[in-house]
Write a protein that binds this ligand. Structure first.
Ligand SMILES: [Cu+2]
Length: 314
């Protein structure tokens, strides 16, 4: 476990931080229907196990419209790479370490698995989680507004396939250049605020049906046992959903965690992925009446205050 602790910060930082959503201009008819963020969105499409997106985007505030047309739950996150490191390093030096570690854990060799994860290259700890979307269900789309500094980024999804392989090792990793040119966009106006503090989520209200733009403020950030940081995923929960099962599923290094299919009765609707303390991001959702949960991808989310049920009223 000591080795895990050594690599976790890297992993966590690199894997877990990311996103904010921004604004976009939708076609008129859609504009009326969506909880808009603003300005022209940057389109991301997944049809299977890939990200279809521009290779270079402006810096500053951008809204990302992530259209998950695949049959699996996915997400995207941006990790700012250290100077001199490219996606090739990420794919050739970091991803295989995760794969080896996860394979061993899946075989029941937990200590060996964590020891393998400890072999992460030194530069990995210098990666900066820069936000991203929350998990998004198949055939759903989500808008996320993020503030990105210029630089080179790895964009990835590390949900696992039913065979235990990370999506990132199956093609869901992409190099993105964030240029010096600023988008000129302002952050969106929010309808609801979720603060992440030392004691978890601060968001207590039941809210009304309709369009919402959630603002997520990372006031306090921490690295959890699974090297993940406190982030936000929103899911609609049906009466048959087992929230204990969901809580366990959110932990990627559990052989049954972060693997598809997601637990029964859970539909993920986006959120705000790992980001550094002091950062902020937005995501928009058109909410229907029913029960929902906000949850972080960390162990024991409930007792950490990072799992919060609420209701959307008519
Ligand atoms: Cu994925």
């Amino acid at each position: 476990m000591k080795t895990l602790k050594i690599f976790l910060p890297l992993l966590l930082v690199c894997l877990i931080f990311n996103c904010k959503s921004d604004k976009k201009e939708l076609p008129t008819e859609q504009h009326e229907e969506k909880a808009t963020i603003t300005d022209l969105p940057i389109s991301i499409i997944t049809r299977s196990m890939e990200f279809q997106m521009a290779d270079t985007i402006p810096s500053g505030w951008n809204t990302f419209e992530y259209d998950n047309r695949a049959s699996e739950t996915h997400f995207f996150r941006f990790v700012k790479l250290p100077e001199g490191i490219t996606l090739e390093n990420y794919k050739n030096e970091a991803d295989p370490v995760f794969e080896e570690g996860m394979d061993l854990i899946n075989e029941g060799k937990v200590e060996e698995g964590f020891a393998a994860l400890g072999k992460m290259p030194k530069w990995f700890s210098e990666c900066i989680p820069s936000g991203g979307s929350g998990l998004i269900a198949p055939k759903h789309s989500t808008q996320t507004a993020l503030f990105l500094e210029p630089g080179l980024y790895a964009m990835e999804c590390y949900v696992k396939m039913p065979n235990g392989k990370f999506h990132s090792t199956m093609g869901m990793v992409k190099e993105v250049r964030v240029s010096e040119k600023d988008s000129g966009n302002e952050p969106p106006e929010s309808t609801d605020v979720i603060d992440i503090k030392e004691d978890g989520f601060h968001f207590d209200r039941n809210i009304a049906t309709g369009k919402h733009v959630f603002e997520v403020n990372v006031i306090n950030q921490k690295l959890h046992e699974n090297y993940a940081t406190s982030d936000v995923h929103l899911a609609k929960i049906s009466d048959r959903a087992d929230l204990k099962a969901l809580e366990a599923w959110m932990v990627w290094y559990d052989p049954k965690g972060f693997i598809t299919p997601v637990p029964d009765g859970i539909t993920f609707l986006g959120g705000f992925n790992d980001a550094t303390e002091g950062s902020k991001g937005y995501f928009s959702v058109d909410l229907k009446p029913g029960k929902y949960v906000l949850i972080s991808e960390v162990p024991n989310a409930k007792e950490k205050g990072l799992m919060h049920e609420f209701e959307v009223l008519e």
